[in-house]
Design a protein around this ligand. Structure first.
Ligand code: AQP
Length: 333
């Protein structure tokens, strides 16, 4: 295996949206020539909040279909569903014994996701970062693509790896580095410019799905919340108008053009004329992926075979790591 290894996970918690695509999947595609990549559809992470058992596996297949339709090559990379490689949970337990309670208590994502109802959140949601550390350390990943929200979890994975290596006087765990998204695109909800676009947002109009039809995209962009002024004439002005700023970011990420150029092209124009152009650039990205995804979803055997092969390959690497660890910990010779 090449020395530059990426591990990335996507949860099958809902339908993949353009935020997931621009912030993560498009980067996975562009990284696949430089790095050996391991992509996991992390269904064990998904159940930290309740999931519908009748939908979970189909959602996993749908994430896979979108990966493939976006250009991830299953012959170059390992793609698998996390629950099929039991070593993830095995390592997570070992790492539970290395991580400190104080470290987990500092994780801000748990506080955000558990909200006011902390006492009622699952223990899995609390220990989620430990399972994430196991995902990464199991494959000796050198790099992990992270957005702002995951930086703290990656730091924790490094702390756990370092403590384990020190405690057992070993170098078994490689310390992973963050791979920062080049455009650091964080796409916000179409209904609220201060909230990130999310699979689990109750409003369908908050997100563009990668399987939306052209008509659905047109309606969602038409309905996207904005203020009543015309388009901004400077980046400072755009920065003070979060919903417009978000639509500009989506335009830039989809078209590949710089924000300054887009701002000057639309300066002072009506928002509706910008929204018409934005709809076209979004469709240019989503339509081919949506068509391909639908085709792939018709061939369930093909998708299941990719997951099976991916799990077999991942398990081979993972098994060896657990075998080595058991010797270090004193559980086998
Ligand atoms: N709005 C976003 N903008 C840019 N990147 C995003 N990602 C998620 N939302 C945005 C990136 O997508 C990858 C997969 O995310 P995940 O499935 O692990 O879960 P998440 O980050 O919690 O994504 P969601 O869509 O918000 O799902 P739910 O609603 O289930 O929590 C990650 O690389 C993430 O950074």
């Amino acid at each position: 295996m090449s020395n530059k290894i990426i591990f990335s996970g996507v949860q099958p918690t809902g339908e993949i949206h353009i935020g997931n695509y621009l912030g993560a999947i498009s980067q996975f595609v562009s990284n696949q020539d430089e790095y050996k990549s391991i992509f996991s559809i992390v269904d064990l992470h998904a159940i930290t909040i309740p999931q519908n058992p009748k939908e979970l596996l189909n959602r996993t297949r749908q994430v896979l279909a979108i990966f493939l339709a976006s250009g991830i090559d299953p012959t170059k990379n390992i793609i698998f569903n996390q629950s099929q490689v039991a070593e993830h949970t095995q390592l997570a337990w070992i790492l539970n014994c290395t991580a400190r309670v104080g470290w987990l208590n500092r994780m801000t994502q748990f506080k955000d996701k558990a909200g006011k109802n902390k006492e009622n959140a699952s223990i899995g949601l609390y220990t989620y970062p430990i399972l994430m550390a196991a995902d990464i350390l199991l494959y000796s990943a050198s790099h992990v693509p992270v957005g702002d929200d995951q930086k703290q979890h990656l730091e924790l994975a490094r702390d756990i790896a370092h403590k384990f290596n020190t405690d057992y006087d070993t170098d078994i765990f490689r310390l992973p580095e963050p791979l920062l998204n080049k455009s650091s695109t964080r796409i916000m909800s179409l209904r609220d410019g201060s909230k990130k676009m999310s699979k689990s947002d109750i409003s369908e109009y908050s997100r563009i799905l990668m399987t939306d039809s052209n008509d659905e995209i047109t309606i969602k962009i038409k309905k996207a919340k904005t203020d009543s002024m015309n388009m901004p004439s400077s980046s400072e002005e755009a920065g003070n108008r979060p919903e417009i700023e978000n639509l500009l970011n989506i335009y830039c990420a989809c078209s590949g053009e710089s924000k300054d150029i887009i701002i000057s092209d639309f300066s002072g124009k009506e928002i509706s004329s910008f929204k018409n152009e934005l709809t076209k650039v979004i469709i240019s990205i989503v339509e081919p992926i949506a068509i391909k995804t639908k085709e792939l979803l018709n061939d369930q055997d093909y998708l299941d075979n990719i997951l099976k092969k991916g799990s077999d390959n991942a398990r081979q690497i993972a098994k060896q790591k657990i075998k080595d660890l058991y010797k270090i910990i004193g559980m086998s010779e």
